[in-house]
Design a protein around this ligand. Sequence first.
Ligand code: SF4
Length: 290
Amino acid sequence: MEATAIVTRRVELEHAGASVWNERWTVRLGDGARVEAVLYRGDTLCVSSQVGCAVRCPFCASGRNGLARPLELAELIGQVEAVRAQGVPLERVTVSGVGEPLHNHRAVMEFLRWCQCERLKMSLTTSGGPLARLQEWLHAPHNGLTISIHAGTEPVRARMVPNAPPLGAVFELLRDELPRMTARRRKKTALAYLLIAERNDNDEELAAFSALAAPLGLRVHLYAYNSLPGGELAAVSRARYETVYQQLSAAGLRVSMSSQARVEANGGCGTLIALRPAVTRRSRNPPPAR
Ligand code: SF4
């Protein structure tokens, strides 16, 4: 696949923050819309797949105003090429920024093929719908598929991930598909639980989640919520986070805690886009002329 033949829309980067772990850019698209890209640990780029998001999770700034439009394949590739042009030696790309990648299925699937041609490992994070797309992605040659669950009961799922398939449907699909997947595909599939104080952190909710997830044998990423300035939702304490980790592990789940790269101020790509402070450091190179 000829990348230069595909990249027809210009993508510009505006440096928006950096730390010892991460580097963050606002990505200006050809029509003036803006999304976000975050470089983790110097070699992994988190890219956005849509301008806004129709799922509208209450903890996420990306979906606060709903969906404006999906990104074109050229704009997905453009984020990678623009960051590479800054001199960054990328090894991995994750479609976990602004947007629900399965709502932009065709472009993201083509982007996976492009990443394969470029020898970039590509992973993605999804809220799980549409289910037919999730079924397809479970078998696709990605390097990691994380399904955001964030609940153990349907009412809490409906509040945490409003415009996504219900828990029952997601777990039914997983129970059906996991036995048909290769061991490698199963190993590359994980669930995510974002812990938010007084929303989904009580023992009953976590026990219900454990009962659904444990039989699947999938890894569970337990994320700590980053509080937003002026936001209504609150993070759990570090002590509570560690207790939940122990509870889920004791229930038979293989649990991973948030990496430092995600916890600190420039992490958690997508979830903080609208509320982050302005530029904190100059870019390696000035953005290209418009
Ligand atoms: S967390 Fe993901 S699925 Fe939910 S609103 Fe944000 S971008 Fe969309």
